[in-house]
Design a protein around this ligand. Structure first.
Ligand SMILES: [Zn+2]
Length: 120
C-alpha cells in the first residue's frame, strides 16, 4: 500500500493522522485500526510522515501569507473555500472535523511563529 493510499484508507475510516516532529499522531475511532492497518502504519511510517509533513507545509505557507498580510491573527484558512458539510473549513478536503488535523497542525505552527514574532 502506497503512503497516499494508506492515508486515503485512514481518512475513509475517520482516522485523524498528523505529524508531530518525528512522531505520527493518530486519533482513531474505536475498532478502526485493524491489525493490517497497524502493520501498514509501522511499515510506512517514514514515508507517511514525509507525505504528511509536505501536506502541512503548503498549509503553513498559505496561512503564513494570510498572517503577514493581515498583521493580526487571521482565520488561517489554507484555501478560500465555502466548505460543505464533511469538508475541512480550511482546505476543503474531506474531514469529519471543522478543521482537518493537517490544517490544525499548520495553524498551530503559524500561531507559534506569530507568538515568537517570526512573521514581522
Ligand atoms: Zn484542512
Amino acid at each position: 500500500m502506497s503512503p497516499s493510499a494508506l492515508l486515503d484508507t485512514l481518512r475513509a475510516r475517520g482516522v485523524r493522522v498528523w505529524p508531530d516532529g518525528d512522531a505520527l499522531e493518530i486519533r482513531a475511532p474505536a475498532g478502526t485500526l485493524t491489525p493490517e492497518i497497524v502493520s501498514a502504519l509501522r511499515e510506512r511510517k517514514p514515508a507517511l510522515l514525509a507525505l504528511l509533513r509536505s501536506e502541512v507545509a503548503w498549509r503553513v505557507l498559505a496561512m503564513r501569507r494570510q498572517a503577514t498580510a493581515s498583521g493580526s491573527l487571521p482565520l488561517l484558512l489554507a484555501r478560500s473555500v465555502s466548505p460543505a458539510s464533511g469538508q475541512c473549513a480550511s482546505c476543503g478536503e474531506p474531514s469529519a472535523e471543522f478543521r482537518c488535523s493537517l490544517c490544525t497542525e499548520a495553524a498551530r505552527q503559524v500561531i507559534a511563529e506569530l507568538r515568537h514574532g517570526g512573521l514581522q
